[in-house]
Design a protein around this ligand. Structure first.
Ligand code: B12
Length: 242
């Protein structure tokens, strides 16, 4: 079957529209040896290369993260439909442009949420990466899936799929996140110990469950109220006689 490189170069890239979307050899691109860094971050933009490449927020985070010598930050964009079909046909998982390494080999997959229209692309990108879609289906062998950008202000639609949302500017917090991850990687914590990030993920899930319980209670109460109201509004014999 050959390596990802061979399958891409021989079977896939010559057959798709605009193959340069997937080659990653632009000027100023930063390539690092994954074995020489502590934390590997895939910055994921859930739309085509042209839309993501010109997005300023992505360029800032790429720069801030790669300034650290112990972090490799790479980019991945949603493949166009022809590329996706070929990748699935040749069993090539979604890969980051700089190293061509599969997303599931990264420590963190960091999605940007620029507009709500692209949310289904996020699920498709996780699926193409063979990363379980739902947060609760993933374990510590899977990357931590985080998201930031405009959409993080209303995270509910993606709450089941994203481990942690970053609300607001990302320049400083991404460094805190990788520092947490680095400390976890370099510590001798056993698989059952929770790093601060995993605690965050669990807290978020518990909070979400408690929000869901509250919403359910509100819905049930509303139903009860409306059935009470419809009873009180129904004409009773006494009302009709008056
Ligand atoms: C520029 C812009 C565009 C440009 C984008 C050009 C480009 N390629 O970048 C163009 C004109 C193409 C565009 C198009 C659209 N846009 Co527009 N756009 C904007 C605008 C004005 C600025 C975005 C920006 O670049 N900000 C500057 C960067 C540096 O800031 P930032 O994005 O906030 O990023 C920071 C943080 O959010 C964070 N962060 C970002 N990502 C991540 C990821 C992680 C993991 C972390 C930790 C942090 C993090 O760190 C960054 C640095 O601090 C915003 C409004 C606004 N003022 O934000 C609307 C906005 C994002 N657009 C919007 C919409 C709706 C659209 C369109 C769907 C419009 C349409 N109907 O066609 C299209 C969609 C694009 C497409 N698929 O065709 C909406 C989104 C609303 C929503 N909730 O979905 C916004 C919010 C405008 C609005 N108020 O309605 N848009």
């Amino acid at each position: 079957m050959g390596s990802i490189e061979e399958r891409l170069d021989r079977e896939i890239l010559p057959a798709v529209l605009r193959p340069s979307r997937y080659t990653g050899n632009e000027l100023n691109v930063i390539q690092k040896d994954h074995t020489a860094v502590d934390v590997r971050v895939a910055l994921a933009f859930p739309d085509t290369y042209e839309l993501g490449m010109s997005y300023l927020g992505f360029a800032i985070l790429y720069h801030v993260l790669n300034r650290r010598t112990d972090v490799a930050a790479e980019r991945v964009y949603a493949p166009w439909v022809d590329m996706e079909a070929r990748m699935r046909q040749h069993a090539v998982p979604l890969f980051a442009l700089e190293s061509r390494k599969p997303l599931r080999d990264f420590d963190i997959v960091a999605f940007t949420l620029p507009y709500e229209l692209c949310y289904t692309n996020i699920l498709n990108m996780l699926d193409l990466s063979a990363i379980p879609l739902r947060s609760k289906e993933r374990d510590r062998n899977d990357p931590l899936v985080i998201a930031g950008g405009m959409g993080a202000f209303s995270p509910e639609p993606l709450a089941e799929f994203v481990d942690a949302f970053v609300i607001g500017d990302g320049e400083e917090i991404v460094l805190e996140i990788v520092e947490n991850m680095r400390r976890q990687e370099n510590s001798d914590l056993g698989p059952d110990d929770l790093s601060t990030l995993w605690e965050t993920r669990n807290t978020i899930m518990e909070e979400q469950q408690s929000i869901e319980r509250t919403l359910q209670e509100i819905r049930t109460r509303k139903k009860e109220d409306s059935s009470d109201r419809s009873q009180s509004c129904a004409p009773t014999e006494a009302n009709l006689q008056m």
